[in-house]
Design a protein around this ligand. Sequence first.
Ligand SMILES: [Zn+2]
Length: 342
Amino acid sequence: MIQSNILLLFFLFMIACTPKPDVSFNGIEVEQNLVITNSNENEYVYFRFPNNFIVVDSLINKELNKISRKINYSNILNIEDSSSTNKIKSFFVNNNQHPYILHKISLSDTLNQVIYKIDSSRINLLKQNFFYPKIVNQKENDSLDKFNYIKTNQLLFPCPNIDIPQSLNLLPNAPRKYRSGTHQGIDFAGYYGSEVRNVYNGVVIRSDHHYNEVSNEFRNNLLNKASKINRTPSDIFVNILYGRTVMIDHGFDIIKDKRIISIYAHLSKINPEIKVGEYISRGAIIGNVGNSGTSDGAKGNKKSAHLHFELIIQDKDGERYLGKNIYGEELVKLLNRIFSHK
Ligand SMILES: [Zn+2]
């Protein structure tokens, strides 16, 4: 009994005398002299270790995470606001991150040194996000109408058997250099004289039964004026470039807090029954594809005929066209989702 007690004491003595590892990482005990020095301002952290020491990034990150909990962000940002500094601190802690970036590595025959520095630009960016969250959110909401409120297959394709065009140049947001503007609609590739249909129940609010084509010279003069102000003025766009046009007001039927209208432009003919103030149902024949309002229309030929179709959405935030600020595959997906041939 006494002997075993002596043995136990001997073992305890041996354990106490064994040098403790400085740090341990992932079960691997690092026994070499890793010296971590941290300046008062927390701006620099120095790691010094013998040159045969293998530096493990995760080990350094772990140390930096520990140190970053003690950073005085009020000094770094020169602000008193404790709620923002606490948010910044908890951001790093909760995401298991630290605000340091590698600053310098110096190697010598015996001692290596790695210096990390506070990444103040990252801290400042976080500060801005915490100070102005409302402005950031509002901007995102304004530009990011995903048009999810338009149901799948809710709208009828305006040209029978003609799909959404493949070319992005024929879709919303494509640049239109000739008029110093941006395409707001979809150019459906219907041939001259082919039928155009109403996409959704609504009331006619424009129907150009007495349309007269303008001369190409007059049209070009207007485009010159547009180029001088580097945009397409709404009067030139709506009164001249649309050509022979029908507009349908779908009211608040598609979604209760948004007024939606559809526009059918460059028509060659309009159905005599399409009169302003009349209610027309989804699928009603509006008229025929043409090129009125285009340069070919002004020259009197039948080239480049197509249906220019637009869907305009209006609400308390303003007015935008279907597909605005949505690009590439996402745009094509959206348009294919909402239109149906039936
Ligand atoms: Zn167009």
